[in-house]
Design a protein around this ligand. Structure first.
Ligand code: CP
Length: 293
């Protein structure tokens, strides 16, 4: 299987081999390699992105692949063309792999079953964001050496978070303990993970803050930014209580002063910008896997 539609169906061994390959690419430096010289991959983002889209492009270019950047806003999607017909069109034109982000859930496996090029999920609705979870695991493994027994608290807008889901499913495969902390109306009851208080969450090894995804909210889901920060934000006062060896993570983009205080984004215990940097070798490993098996 060369497509990567989610982490849920990957084994711990498969995930580990992607992390190890990413380590290889990270240690080989900021060069343009000749790993997949004749390959052309398409970035197909039907939802907005900065990090994922550009780190996939950077990763493909570092591997020696060419990149086609599809932008939904100036495409025939605006004439009513479906996501499937768009992917099928790019396949007909000759791409070797497609990286795809889209809003609806359940569409991606259906499309992947109807095309022959491998597809990489760059985020589908609130279902999965597999490369984000892989880079998060890579960041944790780099800091702690191992994921086994790690206590990871994922805090915030769990309901709308594909990052929370992919991290939960991936971390569990390695024997990490995952707990959630969220306002009751932003919990995801279908996910099998314990909910803890904010004070309990601060005792974890990894404090993973989530963005409040206002663009997916119905009105009134949070009272105000100030109220959210007071009850569920990682404030400077709360950060002073986390363990000395703990790390602060956030998939970004960050609502500074809402789910995390401005001063904490580049705090010595924060790994937020390292997470973004780690996205490149992870995506190199994932693109290489898609193209070369
Ligand atoms: N973390 C993440 O997916 O960021 P983007 O939406 O900018 O890609």
């Amino acid at each position: 299987q060369r497509s990567l539609l989610g982490v849920k169906d990957l084994s711990a061994e498969e995930i580990e081999s992607i992390l190890d390959r990413a380590q290889h690419w990270e240690s080989s430096g900021k060069k343009i390699h000749n790993a997949v010289p004749d390959a052309i991959v398409a970035n197909m983002f039907f939802e907005n992105s900065t990090r994922t889209r550009f780190s996939f492009e950077m990763a493909a270019k570092r591997l020696g692949a060419q990149v086609l950047n599809f932008s939904a806003a100036v495409s025939s999607v605006n004439k009513g063309e479906s996501i499937y017909d768009t992917v099928r069109t790019l396949e007909s034109i000759g791409i070797d792999a497609g990286i795809i982000r889209l809003k609806p859930i359940g569409v991606l496996p259906e499309i992947a079953s109807r095309v022959s090029v491998p597809l990489i999920n760059a985020g589908d609705g609130n279902n999965e964001h597999p490369t984000q979870a892989l880079l998060d695991l890579y960041t944790m493994r780099k800091h702690f050496g191992s994921l086994r027994g790690l206590r990871v608290a994922i805090i915030g807008d769990i309901l709308h978070s594909r990052v929370a889901r992919s991290n939960l499913w991936a971390l569990r495969k390695f024997g990490a303990e995952v707990c959630f902390c969220a306002p009751p109306n932003l919990e995801a009851p279908e996910l099998d993970a314990p909910y803890v208080t904010m004070d309990e969450a601060l005792g974890a090894d990894v404090i993973m803050m989530l963005r409040v995804q206002l663009e997916r909210h119905e009105s009134g889901m949070i009272k105000s930014a100030e109220d959210y920060r007071e009850h569920y934000g990682l404030t400077v006062e709360r950060a002073a209580r986390i363990k000395g060896h703990a790390i602060i993570m956030h998939p970004a983009p960050v609502n500074r002063g809402v789910e995390i205080d401005d001063e904490l984004v580049e705090h010595p215990q924060s790994r937020i910008f390292q997470q973004m940097a780690n996205g490149v070798p992870i995506r190199m490993a994932v693109i290489e896997r898609a193209l070369r098996g």
